[in-house]
Design a protein around this ligand. Structure first.
Ligand SMILES: C[S@@+](CC[C@H](N)C(=O)[O-])C[C@H]1O[C@@H](n2cnc3c(N)ncnc32)[C@H](O)[C@@H]1O
Length: 334
């Protein structure tokens, strides 16, 4: 680990975390400590999740995810930036999903993936090596980035800001490490209203699947065992510790401006696509691996694609931004 917080976190839970990586769920001691410390909770939870993270979220480094990552970047940035960026930094990068796929689409030539979880950084570096990309990895807390002022042309992040205790401090740090004229692009953050609906749909699906799996006398050759389902319920409880915020698009833009950004704009994504996608993913988590097969995967992906097109091309014109599930924001350092 490379900074004070990283060292403190590492010392405090090193034994517990190493157990957590191999165990089915993080050990009770680590969880007890993490309950009152959101940063520690992020390390424990994401270290434990790192090895299976790409599978869990259907993350790949092929055309499907390259197109997805480039598309959300392009909707925010368009032709407002000269590409490729020479020095790109990813914050809360996890296994590298956003930066590695953006690099493959030509957005940057070299990059650094950072995350507060060592397990995630290690996985991101392995992914980058397999893809032959020029990427280094570093453990870093976004509230205290271990980089000099004005180090990067581009800072990107996907689905990380809602985990950060002090969002304003994180945005100030992003602005500090950008060079003047540099741009940040943060995508995939849950909106307040979108998250409210998606979580309820997800919970309803989970309860229905557990109920269907437990009905006596009905053959159950599709659902995971009750122990596995119970474990997944505990995982969901863990997630609740690390998910700290949802965002209102206007307030997020205002926070970026407070941090010193100019040319700030937001873009929201996924309305019906999220109403479809969350229950689908939740149902998949209740089913034994291999049972659903290719036609289900095709149905899930094509269904999401069609609804995403409906959201963008039709509903975006009539439904207020805040109802969509994801918000992205970009801005420039003056
Ligand atoms: C939901 S995951 C998203 C990972 C990746 N960006 C993606 O979209 O697949 C959020 C990531 O943020 C990281 N994270 C949480 N708190 C952080 C902090 N204070 N500083 C840096 N990264 C953090 C977590 O460890 C985790 O890998």
């Amino acid at each position: 680990m490379t900074n004070d917080i990283g060292d403190a976190v590492s010392d405090a839970v090193s034994d517990a975390v190493s157990d957590a990586v191999s165990d089915a769920v993080p050990p009770v001691d680590a969880l007890d400590a993490a309950w009152s410390d959101p940063k520690l909770a992020n390390v424990v939870y994401h270290d434990w999740e790192a090895a299976t993270y790409d599978d869990k979220w259907s993350i790949s480094y092929d055309d499907r995810c390259i197109e997805y990552a480039h598309d959300i970047f392009d909707r925010l940035v368009g032709d407002h930036m000269h590409l490729p960026a020479e020095t790109a930094l990813e914050i809360g990068g996890g296994t590298g999903f956003f930066l590695l796929n953006l690099m493959q689409s030509g957005v940057a030539t070299s990059g650094t993936v950072t995350d507060i979880s060592q397990g995630m950084v290690d996985q991101a570096v392995r992914n980058a090596e397999q893809l032959g990309l020029q990427v280094s990895g570093q453990v870093a807390d976004v509230e205290e980035l271990p980089f000099d002022d004005a180090s990067f042309d581009l800072v990107v992040g996907h689905a990380f800001l809602h985990h950060i205790p002090d969002v304003d401090q994180a945005l100030r740090e992003i602005m500090r490490v950008l060079r003047p004229g540099g741009r940040f692009v943060v995508c995939g953050e849950p909106t307040r209203k979108g998250d409210f609906v998606a979580r309820r749909l997800s919970r309803l699906t989970w309860r229905s699947a557990r109920f269907a799996a437990a009905v006596p006398l009905v053959p159950n050759n599709w659902a995971k065992s009750s122990e596995e389902l119970e474990q997944s319920s505990r995982e969901e409880a863990l997630e609740a510790i690390v998910d700290l915020h949802t965002f209102d698009p206007e307030r997020l833009a205002a926070a970026c401006m407070r941090a010193g950004a100019v040319d700030v704009r937001t873009c929201t994504e996924e309305l019906t696509a999220a109403w479809f996608g969350w229950p689908v993913r939740t149902f998949e988590a209740a089913v034994k691996p291999g049972v659903l097969g290719w036609s289900w995967a095709n149905f899930a992906y094509r269904g999401w694609q069609r609804l995403n097109a409906l959201d963008r091309n039709v509903l975006a014109a009539v439904v207020p931004d805040g109802f969509f599930y994801n918000v992205g924001v970009t801005g420039v350092k003056p």
